[in-house]
Design a protein around this ligand. Sequence first.
Ligand SMILES: Cc1cc2nc3c(=O)[nH]c(=O)nc-3n(C[C@H](O)[C@H](O)[C@H](O)COP(=O)(O)O)c2cc1C
Length: 362
Amino acid sequence: MLRLTTAGESHGPALVAIVTGLPAGLRLDREAIDRDLARRQQGYGRSPRQSLERDEVEVLAGLRHGATLGSPLALVVRNSDHENWDWGMSPWPPGGEPSGKGTSPVTLPRPGHADLAGALKFGHDDARNTLERASARQTAVHVAAGAVAKALLREIAIEVTGRVLEIGGESSPEDWGSATDDARVDRDTLGGVVQVVADGAPPGLGSYAEKDARLDARLAAALMGIQAVKGVEVGDGLALARLRGSEAHDEIEPDLRRRTNRAGGLEGGVTNGEPVVIRAAMKPLPTLMRPLRSVDLVSGEAGEALVERSDVHAVEALAVVAEAAVAWELARAAREKFGGDALGDFVGAHRAYLERIRWPRG
Ligand SMILES: Cc1cc2nc3c(=O)[nH]c(=O)nc-3n(C[C@H](O)[C@H](O)[C@H](O)COP(=O)(O)O)c2cc1C
């Protein structure tokens, strides 16, 4: 079983991921991982933080001379901004006078963030104790793990690609710049829609046997697990509800392929051999430069929410994070189906399976 455990605060020393369940002998390319980390940081809607930090992966364990050992893979992405938060985010009681950022408690929770619920749930009197982990900064290390998953999937000819479909309700890319500029001038934020397509998945990943084995459910959970994602569509999704059955399904041709793909490559929670197509909708980012109304948790008085350097939107970044999440979940499903301790076992089981089902046909 492929498993991922992460740790790390937004302005703490580093983000950490432990990946277990990879086969031995998978070659990883440091530049490919760093390229995905850089893609996550790009985008016209991003804040200056993205240009201050250049994320790079470090590998502490599980890799030797560029190939996995079959032991847990430990990935680290350092927060270079931590030097400005040295006192405020010190893991141990900080010595000396308070200095840098994060020295005073956050008592005005931001609507749309986990600040209020987290402060109440955990008994925090400083909302920073919540927001540091609830922040989407942790998606960096998920992107690093996703790059590893993509390397594994490439061994069985599966390619996963994310792209932006809409920003601020605009679907033509020519309008994205001006939509972003307008929101920036208004000190407001935008949301958007991204789409991830996985090409090359054979029929048979996932299962209809239990609801938590359904790959559509697992992919939806993987995408809903990303901060600010509020809706997921598989294939034509909600639009299918407004069609007749004769218009909604993908007829099967003699080669077992389909001429349409309204199901988004998934039937009964199992891949059907067509590209997996899944979309995620992102709400407008909740930290506004024109802060929303809030209440001070200590004084009980009305006030304005904390303003922390923030993006106008992060839809381009979401496309990269969503790509990583889909790749991760597909890699998990592929490991379940094809198993193997060595990469050759995994690839060999995939090849034998394709021979058994005679895929592709024709
Ligand atoms: C890649 C990415 C970047 C984000 N950047 C910001 C940001 O700069 N400012 C902000 O307020 N929210 C940002 N968010 C969204 C918040 O992290 C998210 O809305 C918040 O944690 C509350 O979670 P929820 O929206 O899922 O309820 C970002 C989300 C993603 C996926």
